[in-house]
Design a protein around this ligand. Structure first.
Ligand code: NIG
Ligand code: FE
Length: 406
């Protein structure tokens, strides 16, 4: 066979979309890779028909292999941290109040502006290491703590460098519209500046693939969101939005109708938003880390999303303010315990559906022929364990595009 490498004696949680088996399970299986892509997979019995001489063979010894995990929403590049705000919140202050008093996102903006590009790279690389150790092979990373030309571009360059220096693919998202920078007093003027100056430059220099916006009372209103997302689409960038986290401004319906790949948070999502997402094929990205850390009480409408067959992804939202998370597996547990997803839905949320949230579903997120060979190897007895355990990392191997990472 013209295979480069072969993994044998594995249980595959393929997460294949059209499989009838739970988790797309293939027991006692093998998976073959050629030029970084999956070129064959099947049972050990079926493999016996092939001549596998001159193929590099890896014996999984009965361990489980899943698609490499995908974190489709993170803010891992930032300066400083907000542990002091955490203390304030424990003394009774709310996330909203802290933000309105110049803390919150703006506190991180100050620390990020003060940090050098090298410092930002090093701190982000340290955070990234936790995710890589859990079998994450693709990750979305946002800007949004610079809020001016110099510092937003600095963040996007750091995101590019993370991809260049680590064995994972990074989807870079421009989140210039994360908060109103201290230099501006009018959201409309800032959005105009983004649309006329910064966004075209980011697109022209290919510094980002997507554009995001925080549509919220403490962020940007629906008209501003619409203007920005329209400008982004016109420049050929993918669009997505933080919507309905703390209140419902109607941003979900609008952004879905503009063609957003994903809408993220969604605690206050209503029926018209769900209907628009269903029509447009928008992915619902659930962020249980932020729900947990902000002690939110209003749950995203999971049953309605499930009923409407809107694909649900799960992400870390790793950021210093609302989700200082360093584990995607912990998010699986929280998605199950807090949001009542099944362990299978949770795993689909960080594989197949997370790939859809990035527009990468033709390449990653499932183990099937033609997909990129991004795989995580697990020392578990059953894939439900990935959601069940708290604070345990059973990842014992990681393969990116057919290359063994560890
Ligand atoms: O996704 N919602 C807006 N952005 C982040 C929080 C950022 C911060 O507090 O620094 C989020 O939760
Ligand atoms: Fe976020």
């Amino acid at each position: 066979m013209s295979w480069d490498s072969l993994w044998i004696n594995a249980n595959l949680a393929t997460m294949a979309e059209h499989s009838d088996a739970a988790y797309g399970l293939i027991e006692n299986a093998a998976i073959a890779v050629t030029a970084g892509q999956i070129t064959w997979l099947g049972t050990m019995e079926q493999l016996a028909e092939f001549d596998v001489e001159r193929v590099e063979v890896h014996d999984a010894h009965g361990r489980w292999i899943s698609p490499g995990l995908i974190d489709c929403h993170s803010h891992i590049i930032y300066g400083g941290n907000r542990a002091a705000e955490f203390e304030l919140r424990l003394e009774g202050a709310s996330y909203d109040e802290i933000a309105r008093n110049g803390g919150g996102i703006i506190a991180t903006v100050k620390a990020t502006r003060a940090a050098s590009e090298q410092q930002l790279f090093e701190s982000a690389a340290q955070r990234l290491a936790y995710f890589l150790a859990e079998g994450v092979t693709s990750m979305e990373v946002k800007s949004g703590y610079g809020l001016n030309r110099e510092n937003e571009l600095k963040m996007l360059r750091v995101a590019q460098r993370l991809q260049d220096e680590f064995p994972l693919e990074i989807s870079r998202t421009f989140l210039g519209a994360h908060a109103l920078p201290p230099e501006y007093h009018n959201g409309d003027e800032y959005i105009d500046m983004l649309c006329q100056q910064l966004l075209p430059e980011v697109a022209q220099k290919k510094l980002a693939d997507s554009v995001d916006v925080f549509c919220e009372g403490i962020g940007f209103n629906v008209a501003q969101t619409q203007k920005l997302l329209n400008a982004a689409s016109a420049l050929g960038l993918n669009i997505k939005a933080h919507v309905d986290q703390l209140s419902n401004l109607g941003g979900a319906k609008l952004a879905a109708e503009l063609g957003a790949l994903s809408l993220d948070h969604l605690e206050y999502l209503d029926a018209s938003g769900i209907a628009a997402m269903k029509r447009q094929g928008t992915v619902a990205v659930l962020l249980p880390g932020a729900f947990y850390f902000l002690r939110e009480t209003r749950l995203p409408p999971i049953a309605q999303l499930r009923h409407a067959a809107v694909p649900m992804a799960i992400a870390s939202d790793a950021n210093p303010g609302s989700s200082p998370a360093h584990s995607l597996l912990l998010m699986l547990n929280m998605a199950c315990t807090l949001f009542r997803l099944t362990p299978e839905e949770a795993l689909a949320g960080v594989t197949r559906n997370a790939a859809k949230a990035l527009g990468w579903q033709d390449r990653v997120g499932q183990l099937s022929v033609g997909m990129q060979a991004d795989m995580a190897v697990w020392d578990i007895q059953h894939p439900a364990e990935l959601s069940y355990n708290l604070g345990k990392n059973p990842c014992v191997g990681c393969i990116k595009s057919g290359q063994v990472v560890f």
